[in-house]
Ligand binder design. Structure first.
Ligand SMILES: [Cu+2]
Length: 411
């Protein structure tokens, strides 16, 4: 071998070492990142029945896949070392080895058939929604989730005698199987609360059933897991499981209508009420609101929004976040208090809602000042003049102030 050849070989070794070292660093980094303590969407920590069934399936599958992966790596490393080209003559060529081929076909077959059988069993179990007492319709839309609780026989047992419409946060009783009937008003979205259930696509024109149950009261993070356009990353959701008693309180409050202010009332709230009616209620419904002539104010988001809906704001101040759960409605201290609340304290903290000392006023004002700057949304109307998302309404600071004062009454 020439000197020239030697230096090429050592250059190759140097490059190879660099690649190996950076792969190891990157791999370790990714591994450690996955072990981060504060990981609310950890798929390995189920907090409910459906998620636990999935977890029970994925653990053995990962284990078997891991063992197979290690064995394959060892075999490849052995073959590389043992049979590397040292200038030996080419071995005698042969074709086929039936015994080996049969064994190498049967082993993977057995592994895959076993995994397949357990997977099929889990799929059937997850699809069985017979025992689910509660029903919530879950509708995806660019870029937030709407929930409505219909007046079904099962829901009536939980005090739901009037439909409830809310957004972002799915509030459920703990220890109860909840049937989610998922659909979408525009593109395909996917509903997922990793601690409680598996992913299920929300597809326009179809209703997909999904179930979820939380063992204990808790606050569980999730996000849309099907790429759905510009603000997909800002389409988040939380599930809040409450004790049955706390859930009953929540239901009772959600069914109340908002305060009506007399047209002659000059209190700051009443002025804000009228400013809201003028600027916001063409898209946002506030149940109970009235026009100057006493008729109900009915929002018409279908005339303004491509997907035909905007969040119902009747009980805005009972939610902890807004706009696809992108922004906290609570200030930092109160957000901390809620997210770190022990399971038996959570209900009391959540039901307090957004008190005036907890309101993240700056964030809410920023939203009203220029929503598309806060969250990317298509600001240009389509051919029919419809929007995706909330536009910049060009409000004055005085209007914003007044409307925020009114929004604080929506408890
Ligand atoms: Cu989505």
């Amino acid at each position: 071998m020439t000197v020239h050849g030697d230096s090429r070989a050592s250059a190759f070794r140097r490059t190879w070492r660099k690649v190996a070292a950076s792969t190891a660093v990157l791999g370790t980094g990714l591994f450690l990142a996955s072990c981060a303590k504060d990981s609310p969407q950890d798929t390995w920590k189920p907090k409910g029945d459906a998620a636990r069934k999935i977890d029970n399936l994925q653990r053995p599958v990962f284990l078997v896949a891991g063992i197979v992966g290690v064995l394959v790596c060892i075999a490849v490393a052995y073959a590389i070392a043992r049979f590397r080209d040292k200038g030996q003559p080419i071995p005698k060529q042969s074709h086929g080895k039936p015994a080996l081929e049969i064994v190498l076909t049967i082993i993977p077959f057995i592994i895959l058939a076993t995994i397949g059988a357990f997977t099929a069993r889990t799929i059937v179990q997850l699809a069985d929604t017979k025992g689910c007492e509660m029903t919530v319709n879950v509708t995806g839309q660019q870029w937030w989730w709407e929930y409505d609780y219909p007046v079904t026989e099962g829901n009536q047992k939980y005090g739901i005698t009037k439909p409830i419409v809310t957004s972002g946060e799915l509030v459920i009783p703990a220890g109860t199987c909840v049937l989610l009937r998922e659909t979408s008003r525009d593109v395909i979205h996917s509903y997922w609360i990793p601690a409680l259930n598996g992913k299920k696509d929300a597809v326009p024109g179809r209703v997909h059933e999904n179930k979820l149950e939380a063992d204990k009261p808790g606050y569980f993070a999730g996000q849309c897991t099907e790429f759905c356009g510009l603000s997909h990353a800002n389409m988040r959701q939380w599930a809040i499981a409450l004790s049955e008693a706390d859930f009953a309180k929540w239901v009772e409050n959600q069914q109340k209508t908002a305060t009506v202010y007399a047209e002659t009332d000059e209190s700051p709230e009443a002025v804000g009420y009228r400013a809201f009616r003028q600027n916001c209620s063409r898209c946002h419904q506030v149940n109970g609101m009235q026009n100057a002539d006493g008729t109900p104010t009915i929002a018409a988001p279908e005339n303004n929004i491509v997907a035909g809906s905007a969040p119902n704001l009747t009980h805005l101040m009972t939610r902890s976040r807004f706009a696809g759960e992108t922004f906290p409605l609570l200030n930092e201290e109160c957000t901390d208090r809620l997210t770190k609340a022990a399971s038996d304290q959570l209900g009391a903290v959540y039901l307090e809602g957004v008190t005036s000392s907890c309101l993240n006023r700056a964030q809410l004002e920023a939203w009203l000042r220029n929503a598309p700057e806060e969250k990317p949304m298509y600001v240009k109307p389509d051919a029919k003049g419809l929007l995706r998302g909330m536009p910049n309404l060009g409000l004055s600071e005085a209007q914003i102030d007044s409307i925020v004062t009114y929004l604080q009454t929506l408890k």
